[in-house]
Design a protein around this ligand. Structure first.
Ligand SMILES: Cc1cc2nc3c(=O)[nH]c(=O)nc-3n(C[C@H](O)[C@H](O)[C@H](O)COP(=O)(O)OP(=O)(O)OC[C@H]3O[C@@H](n4cnc5c(N)ncnc54)[C@H](O)[C@@H]3O)c2cc1C
Length: 402
């Protein structure tokens, strides 16, 4: 799918820079990066030096006011090298602080944004999935009632109690956007989004999770034991916080789709190259019609994915046309892209594996990484089932039937 008509010269330049960066700094070192997080930090610092981290923040803080289309391209290109690095770069680029920027919460912006524009690597964290309840905290049908982490206003402070499972960057982030409830019976009205600095007493972290994929990003539990923060660290207040909680569901689903696209594109590149030189039946494997058919199916899937993901990036840059990103219609569109892109990524890498024989799963060949990395895009953010609820809600008033 040729999407050049929606890109600016700057988008194209960013694509070229990050594509070269992934080829030079990530792809040749993929195994070493998965084994040593200090090397991952060196890669991130190089991205910071290229101005990528600051790009998503407002110019008044030294940022680049970057578009979602640009971020989508960055995450897609980085995911060709490594999914975990792409995930981290996207989170640190501004997804976590974007809600505060949109509602102009100056206290939060002044407290947290400067580190991300300082020229030094800084991490942010979306602390959403509750240990108790898991996908319930991300299920839009439960309208906030599935959130188990509580926030109570005492004087000028919120007191937070609860625990979260698996947030990316837990323990290393300096800013935790924590999804809480002030009253689970109040549904969406009880939803509170509160920014918590790392050094706050009562905030502790579990051991890093050991995982088969995205080894270059860190996950662990986050524990809140009477964590007190100024009341101004709450995003906006009842109603608007719930809107942004739903917005995050679409924004993070979009981010996931950009990674799914990059991973599938990398798989396609490897398959195309290998089947062009590997001989079978006295000719390159890809000259057999059965193989050509599979390669065509992979290319068709990629084309449709790219169209869907870039369209969503563009929609996010044109809220003047598409309305607030927390509307059921917008979330439905974003969730449809996420479900389609991750299912398609897994299908593409699985099909491609058939054309590589044993090499597909060899640890000395780059393809097994695509097989691993693609899978997570179906699992997080409530999984494909919860995401399908988001799609259906765009068309009718889908209720929880529990
Ligand atoms: C690499 C990685 C990075 C992550 N990063 C973050 C992060 O940055 N921040 C964060 O907060 N979390 C993060 N997570 C956690 C992730 O979002 C959750 O694991 C995920 O949402 C599912 O929660 P769970 O594992 O507890 O699943 P469970 O709640 O145990 O659910 C298991 C499955 O049951 C099904 N299910 C559950 N409820 C329903 C229902 N009502 N209807 C139909 N089916 C249902 C779904 O298929 C679901 O996948 C990350 C996870 C991974 C693996």
């Amino acid at each position: 799918m040729n999407l050049e008509h929606i890109l600016t010269d700057e988008d194209r330049q960013i694509r070229e820079t990050i594509r070269e960066f992934a080829k030079k700094e990530i792809i040749p070192n993929a195994k070493k990066l998965e084994a040593d997080y200090s090397l991952v930090e060196e890669v991130h610092q190089k991205l910071v030096d290229l101005g990528i981290q600051a790009l998503g923040y407002p110019a008044e803080y030294g940022g680049g006011d970057g578009t979602n289309t640009a971020l989508g391209i960055i995450c897609e290109e980085l995911a060709k090298g490594d999914g975990g690095i792409s995930l981290s770069a996207g989170i640190n680029w501004g997804i976590i602080l974007k809600p505060a920027i949109v509602v102009k919460n100056k206290t939060v912006m002044d407290r947290f944004i400067p580190s991300f524009c300082s020229g030094k690597l800084a991490y942010a964290c979306l602390s959403m999935t509750d240990e108790a309840g898991g996908a319930d905290s991300e299920n839009p049908l439960l309208q906030g009632s599935g959130i188990k982490t509580t926030a109570k206003l005492e004087g000028n402070e919120y007191v937070i109690n609860g625990s979260k499972a698996w947030p990316t960057h837990s323990g290393i982030a300096e800013c935790y956007l924590t999804i809480c409830t002030t009253d689970p019976n109040a549904g969406d009205e009880g939803v509170a989004l509160i920014y918590v600095p790392k050094d706050t007493p009562g905030l502790t972290f579990g051991k890093p999770e050991k995982k088969m994929l995205f080894k270059t990003s860190i996950n662990s539990a986050v524990y809140y034991d009477n964590v007190r923060v100024p009341k101004e660290y709450r995003l906006a207040g009842p109603g608007m916080d719930a809107n942004f909680y739903h917005f995050l569901e679409s924004g993070t689903g979009w981010h996931s789709s950009t990674m799914a696209l990059g991973i599938a594109e990398r798989a396609f590149e490897i398959v195309l190259e290998y089947t062009g030189t590997r001989m079978g039946g006295f000719k390159p494997v890809r000259q057999h019609s059965m193989v050509a058919g599979i390669i065509a199916d992979m290319a068709i899937g990629l084309d449709m994915m790219r169209a869907s993901v870039y369209n969503l990036s563009c929609m996010m840059d044109h809220l003047d046309i598409y309305g607030p990103p927390w509307s059921p219609a917008f979330i439905s569109k974003a969730a449809a892209t996420r479900v389609f892109a991750s299912d398609m990524a897994v299908e593409i890498v699985n099909k491609g594996a058939e054309l590589l024989g044993s090499l597909a799963i060899s640890e000395d060949f780059p393809y097994e990484k695509c097989l691993r990395d693609a899978k997570v895009t179906q699992l997080w953010l409530g999984g494909q089932q919860i995401c399908r609820y988001r799609v259906a809600r765009g068309y009718y008033d889908l209720k929880n039937w529990a």
